[in-house]
Design a protein. Structure first.
Lengths: 291, 414
């Protein structure tokens, strides 16, 4: 039996590949051109610039500071949301009265736009008329208003906490899917053998949802690394660039200062960072699984 | 592609038929696209009304108004221009104008303007849009800054008149702050756009210049050190609201409207907001206090409406501008938005001439300074704001922080 050329896997993949190439490769090529060109304020190419835009970005102290902060931002939110979502998902996958309602409540933050959430929090965190300060005062926890967004020392941790809060629904959903794929008889067998809850979790649940944890880590890292609205709506990276992450810094560079060449270079640097992370992580995860 | 050629032929054919059917060339539909900044909820409605009036008077024209929020205006214009899909007319901040002129994006309007048209404007507001003797924009909105004070709080603190010098302001602020836990003497803006401007009020009063005569930043001068020290002392002694680095101008204005701040500097639109939101507030407007040497300074701002160099409907676009700058339409806009009149005839209307708040703003205009016409001004403003935020937070020595910022700015200026 001869195979038609039209059922060759390469031909079948072709339409999808072309679409992906159009969406991903074409902008990348454009970015590559822009980042190595001398651009005017409005993105018109004046001439070649070589690696000058990249050199400018790397020489900028704000870039280095934002890069470190992005690392902390991403790691804290990804780990934090993971640590909360796993127990939440386990509880939600158990059968109890009002489970439907509990699931809805956990998923609720997902249905509100990120910018809206951030703006509501900005009001809540207002030093003088914010809900949080009046609640804390009412509970007798503080006797003086805290100016949450006035300095990075309080603003950034709060932003990370909000980041975790809005990442939980998605992460929990992934784990709920993962937990439902574990057959019940494994648990029954374990209980018959006399395993404790912690033992069941460590020996059965955790290994079996490991692929889902990997997915959650990779996808959340990509989302959170590029997440703009929370920080922008709350502090615009301020005061004095002390809450800037790369993506807010990128916005300032491109649209406030009009340095579009440097902005294009920075986007490529960010893309490279994410790409390297994803490849390394996926390889490590796969190697561990195949072992 | 062949489709394109067919499309072009089709278009050309339609155009021919249309030309044959319509004997007068002037009757061809002329579409003018106008990008306008959204100053308030009234802006869009105002421009739609003006467009409708223009279309009624000029059959065959179509004015398309695109309303863009202020804080994304520059971004929208940048992407539109780089994509070649910009409108024919646009409102821009006059401080961006140099970039638009240098890149040949805005075209000079002198060819359309005659003396009678020029005479419609108050010269102070038209000059910022003139570069190298050519007019590249028409001032569509103008404001200056003055000091708002809460009369009741001054009375309670036993102060009989609004402060006239910064020393008096510091004294009054301390006295008002002592009135209660939720009352603050002097509202200081320390966050987001114009954080630098809020500092310039004191900086100029102490004799400082943004750009010194030798072409370098004026932040490393005695005037800047003194002004920054003044603000920091006020902040440290609790004479301002706490946490100034989280307060935007709107946040401080809100405190003022709630009657919780004794004094603040801002633009005339606060009067409009107080009229609508806090009509019982007993407030007054005075000039920004003078420095130790008697210097005064306030910030003047205009927004300009420009015509793009690549427009194909320049004459119709100009005719629309001509309508917008008639007394009737200017009067409607200026009154609705709470700006200063830019049109001399509008300034003489009783609604503006007899308004006590606007009278103060008009009187400070001779001291008004506009943002310097420098490429990269936004970045300089950002560097200045960041340095000030560090000072307000008490991070680092005042002189050192300002000197570092000045050195960074000098790098951009050269």
């Amino acid at each position: 039996m001869t195979r038609s050329v039209f059922t060759s896997p390469y031909v079948l993949i072709l339409p999808g590949f072309l679409l992906t190439a159009f969406i991903i490769v074409w902008p990348l090529v454009q970015l590559g051109i822009l980042s190595t060109s001398d651009l005017n304020r409005f993105g018109v190419i004046r001439g070649p610039a070589g690696w000058e835009n990249f050199a400018e970005v790397f020489a900028d102290p704000d870039f280095i500071a934002s890069a470190w902060r992005t690392l902390i931002w991403t790691a804290a939110i990804v780990v934090g949301s993971l640590a909360i979502s796993i127990p939440v998902a386990i509880i939600l996958s158990e059968d109890f009265y009002g489970r439907g309602l509990a699931r809805v409540i956990i998923m609720l933050p997902w249905s509100v736009s990120l910018t809206m959430t951030a703006i509501v929090w900005r009001w809540a965190l207002n030093g003088e008329s914010g809900m949080l300060n009046s609640a804390l005062t009412g509970l007798g926890l503080i006797d003086q208003n805290i100016q949450w967004l006035a300095q990075a020392g309080t603003a950034f941790p709060v932003q990370v906490a909000i980041g975790i809060l809005v990442t939980i629904p998605f992460t929990t959903t992934i784990f709920l899917g993962g937990l439902s794929s574990i057959p019940d008889d494994l648990y029954e067998a374990a209980r018959l053998e006399g395993a404790g809850r912690l033992q069941i979790f460590r020996e059965i649940t955790l290994p079996l949802i490991r692929p889902f944890i990997n997915i959650a880590i990779v996808m959340n890292t990509i989302y959170v690394f590029n997440s703009f609205p929370i920080i922008w709506a709350m502090t615009q990276g301020g005061p004095a660039n002390s809450t800037d992450i790369l993506v807010t810094y990128l916005y300032k560079l491109g649209f406030r200062f009009g340095k579009l060449g440097e902005a294009a270079a920075l986007s490529l640097i960010m893309f490279a960072m994410l790409l390297v992370f994803t490849i390394v992580y996926v390889r490590l995860a796969m190697r561990r699984e195949s072992r | 592609m062949d489709f394109k050629r067919i499309g072009n032929r089709f278009l050309a054919g339609t155009a021919l038929v249309a030309a044959a059917l319509v004997p007068l060339a002037s009757a061809q539909a002329q579409t003018v696209r106008v990008t306008v900044a959204e100053y308030s909820s009234l802006t869009g409605r105002y421009f739609e009304e003006a467009a409708a009036a223009f279309e009624a008077a000029n059959p065959g024209t179509d004015i398309q108004i695109e309303v863009v929020p202020w804080n994304v205006l520059l971004q929208t214009l940048t992407t539109d221009i780089s994509g070649g899909v910009n409108a024919d007319l646009s409102i821009i901040g006059t401080r961006w104008l140099l970039d638009f002129v240098e890149q040949d994006i805005a075209q000079p309007l002198d060819g359309f303007m005659d003396q009678a048209f020029t005479d419609r404007f108050i010269p102070t507001f038209l000059t910022p849009s003139v570069m190298d003797g050519q007019t590249f924009g028409l001032p569509v909105a103008a404001s200056a800054r003055a000091m708002y004070y809460n009369q009741d709080l001054l009375d309670q603190a036993g102060i009989d008149r609004p402060p006239e010098t910064w020393a008096e302001l510091a004294e009054a602020a301390t006295a008002i702050s002592a009135l209660g836990d939720d009352i603050y003497g002097f509202g200081v803006q320390g966050n987001e756009v114009e954080t630098d401007v809020y500092f310039y009020y004191a900086f100029w009063s102490h004799g400082g210049n943004l750009i010194d005569p030798d072409g370098t930043s004026g932040l490393d001068t005695e005037a800047a050190y003194q002004a920054a020290a003044l603000y920091r002392d006020l902040i440290d002694s609790g004479a301002t609201q706490p946490g100034v680095t989280s307060y935007t101008r709107e946040d401080v204005q809100n405190l003022f409207k709630q009657g919780r701040v004794g004094m603040m500097m801002t633009a005339p639109f606060l009067s409009t907001q107080i009229r609508d939101e806090a009509p019982d507030l007993n407030y007054g407007v005075a000039a920004i206090p003078a420095g130790p040497g008697g210097d005064r300074g306030t910030y003047g701002v205009t927004d300009s409406i420009i015509m793009f160099a690549n427009t194909e409907v320049a004459d119709t676009a100009w005719a629309f501008l001509d309508l917008l700058f008639t007394q009737e339409w200017r009067s409607k806009f200026t009154g609705g938005e709470g700006f200063l009149p830019v049109n001399a005839a509008v300034a003489e209307e009783p609604a503006f001439a007899e308004d006590p708040d606007l009278a103060v703003f008009a009187s400070v205009l001779p001291d008004a300074r506009f943002a310097p016409v420098i490429a990269g001004w936004e970045e300089i403003a950002d560097i200045t704001s960041s340095a000030l935020q560090r000072i307000y937070l008490g991070q680092g020595d005042i002189e050192e922080t300002l000197n570092d910022a000045a050195a960074e700015i000098d790098g951009i200026l050269n």
